[in-house]
Structures are given as structure tokens and as C-alpha cells.
Design a protein around this ligand. Structure first.
Ligand code: PHE
Length: 358
């Protein structure tokens, strides 16, 4: 066997044995690279006599081509193998069941506040807010509950340390102070609701020291009791989804409204269960009344020129009634099992009316 045949055999078997593209490239450099062995032989041609050089030149070129082709062929095989291996190791089993997705839930209180807001937004109300820590003046005095007024005792108020003037700020016991703040800061007409946190020192299955109310206030020339009744009857029927829900206005007393009425809805308690909209029983759900002229005056309004009505409802109570939640305290336990049971998927919540402003 000539030297060239031996070289050819050596390279071809090395190429066949190459197990990676990197190995193969090393063989290519060794054979055909600038300093490779075949290139070395080609350089020696210059020193040969013409006949031998011609023959040797042809043989070397054939060898070069054969080796280059063998390398290309082996390259394709190795690249295919590498791809097959990659595909096998990175396989995605699309038939595998996916991991369960844990969605976040909307708390029933958030959902209820959104529902209340959406209903009043449709009637042209906007949302107003006020501070949780309130001046005694806004929580009581301006609402016609002066010092020593017996109604103050009923509020189970959380008082804070007195300030320099001796006045004791309070955790607001209702959302009604925002009525006064809104009237002080705005000219009539006014049409607002005020969802927010309220506080009373009381704790059992139906009372929590922190709870939520939604206040309402409408002020304008010629606003009368008929408007109050229409708005609240509509609200109750839409909120509970019962078109012919019986709604009753029962005379009551609040220092800041005159006359005042508590609003009851028809229900049945037969068989231990509560059914809204049927039967001949009544369930109290909110307080309301015509804004007391003294309150209008306290806010700088002339009761001869503008009148209005106000109402206040407990958000927890409405949520418990609508969604059958038996114990008020569970609202604040942050128990994920409870939230998954009573919570709402956010996308189910109706978009708020565009008329709402912050
Ligand atoms: N603020 C009253 C309460 O907390 C509710 C209410 C609001 C009554 C507005 C009449 C008018 O019980």
C-alpha cells in the first residue's frame, strides 16, 4: 500500500469513528488545514521532478476531495444525530395534565361594594371618600349630635387621644361625616355614594369592630321624599335581583335626618331558611331620611333653597343576605378555603359604569 493509500485509510477510518462534530473538525484541521498533513505534502511537490510531481499532484487532489466529501457526509450524520438526541431529551409531553392554576379571588365585600357602586353609578351617582380617623365635629356635632346627645352613647365609639385643643378624634362610627365634608366642599346639586370602613366597639356573630357602610347623599332644589323612595326601591330590587321585591319605609329616628325611615324588604323565614322577596316577613336593610335642615345649615346651605335625602347601609349585612354568608366574623379571617368558596373570579365582576369618578 502506498503512503497515500495508508493516509487515506487512516483519515477515512478516523472520520468514520468521529463521534462528535468537534472531533470531526479536529480531523479536518489535521488533514486539510493550512498546517495539515495533506497541505504539508502539497508543499513538498515543488521539490519533485516534473513527472512525479504531476502524478503526485493529481493523487493528492483526489485524496483531498475524497476526504473533504467524507467529512461532509459524516458531518450530516453527526448533525442529525445531535438533533435527534436534543429532540429526545427536550420532549414536551403535551398529553400530561397541567398543574392546577390557583386564581386569586375577589373578596365578597369588594364584590358587594362594586355591585352597589355600579347600581348607583347607573343612577348618576359618583363616589366620595373621607378619612377613617374623623374629627368629633364631622362624626357627631355637624350631624346634629351635639355633646351629651344620647345618640352618642349608642355609637360605641373608639376615641383617640385628645389633641392640643382637647378635642378627641374618633374612628368614624358611620360614613355620614362624609355627607358634611362633601357639602362643605361643594355647591349643590350633589349626588354621591360613600363606601368605606367604619368602626364600633362591638364584637359578636353579627357585629365586628371594623365593618363597612355605604352612605348616599342627594342634594338639590326640590328634592323630596318621593325621590328617596324611588332611588331606594330601585336599588333594593336591582341589588337582590327581584323585580317585585316588597320594600317598606318604616318611620324611625336619626338626628341628621327628618323625617327618617328605616327600609325593610320582604322575606320569609319559614323552615329556618331566609328567602328574600317572598313571604310576609320583613328584614331591615338600611337607614334613610330627608337631610335635617340643621345639617344643611351647618354646611352653609340654605334649607329654603335646597333639600335632600341621605341613606346608609351596612355592606357586610347586604353581602351576608345576598350570598348566604352566616357569620360576619368570617369576612376578616383571611381563610383561603372560605375565600375560594364565597369569593368571586374577578372577570365575573361587571365593569363599573363609565360615569363613575374617583
Ligand atoms: N349613619 C346611620 C347609621 O350608621 C345610617 C343613616 C345614614 C341613616 C344616612 C340615615 C341617613 O346607622
Amino acid at each position: 500500500m502506498s503512503d497515500l493509500d495508508a493516509l487515506k485509510t487512516e483519515f477515512l477510518s478516523a472520520i468514520a469513528a468521529a463521534s462528535s462534530l468537534a472531533d470531526l473538525d479536529a480531523i479536518r484541521v489535521d488533514a486539510l488545514g493550512k498546517k495539515g498533513r495533506i497541505s504539508g505534502l502539497l508543499k513538498q511537490l515543488g521539490g519533485m521532478d516534473p513527472d512525479a510531481r504531476k502524478q503526485m499532484g493529481q493523487d493528492l487532489n483526489i485524496l483531498k476531495t475524497e476526504i473533504a466529501e467524507a467529512i461532509t457526509t459524516r458531518q450530516i450524520v453527526l448533525a442529525d444525530e445531535a438533533m435527534a438526541e436534543k429532540l429526545a431529551s427536550e420532549t414536551v409531553d403535551v398529553s400530561m395534565p397541567s398543574r392546577p392554576q390557583r386564581n386569586g379571588y375577589l373578596h365578597p365585600l369588594s364584590r358587594t361594594i362594586e355591585e352597589i357602586s355600579a347600581i348607583f353609578a347607573d343612577m348618576g351617582f359618583t363616589i366620595a371618600e373621607g378619612p377613617d380617623i374623623e374629627a368629633d365635629y364631622y362624626n357627631f356635632t355637624a350631624l346634629n349630635i351635639p355633646p351629651e346627645h344620647p345618640a352618642r352613647q349608642e355609637h360605641d365609639t373608639f376615641y383617640l387621644q385628645p389633641d392640643e385643643t382637647g378635642a378627641r378624634p374618633v374612628l368614624r362610627t358611620h360614613t355620614s361625616p362624609v355627607q358634611v365634608r362633601t357639602m362643605e366642599a361643594n355647591e349643590p346639586p350633589i349626588r354621591i355614594i360613600v363606601p368605606g370602613r367604619t368602626f364600633r366597639s362591638d364584637h359578636d356573630a353579627t357585629h365586628s369592630p371594623m365593618f363597612h357602610q355605604c352612605e348616599g347623599l342627594v342634594i338639590g332644589p326640590n328634592i323630596h321624599m318621593g325621590h328617596l323612595k324611588a332611588v331606594l326601591i330601585d336599588f333594593c330590587r336591582i341589588f337582590f335581583g327581584v323585580d317585585d321585591l316588597p320594600v317598606r319605609f318604616r318611620p324611625s329616628y336619626f338626628p341628621f335626618t327628618e323625617p327618617s325611615a328605616e327600609v325593610d324588604i320582604g322575606c320569609s323565614r319559614e323552615g329556618g331558611g331566609l328567602k328574600i322577596g317572598a313571604g310576609d316577613d320583613w328584614l331591615e336593610i338600611l337607614g334613610s331620611g330627608m337631610v335635617n335642615p340643621k345639617v344643611l345649615e351647618n354646611c352653609g346651605y340654605d334649607p329654603e333653597k335646597v333639600q335632600g335625602f341621605a341613606f346608609g347601609m351596612g355592606v357586610e349585612r347586604l353581602a351576608m343576605l345576598k350570598y348566604g354568608i352566616p357569620d360576619l366574623r368570617t369576612f376578616y379571617d383571611s381563610d383561603m378555603r372560605w375565600l375560594r368558596h364565597y369569593g368571586f373570579v374577578p372577570s365575573d365582576v361587571p365593569a363599573l359604569h363609565t360615569g363613575l369618578t374617583g
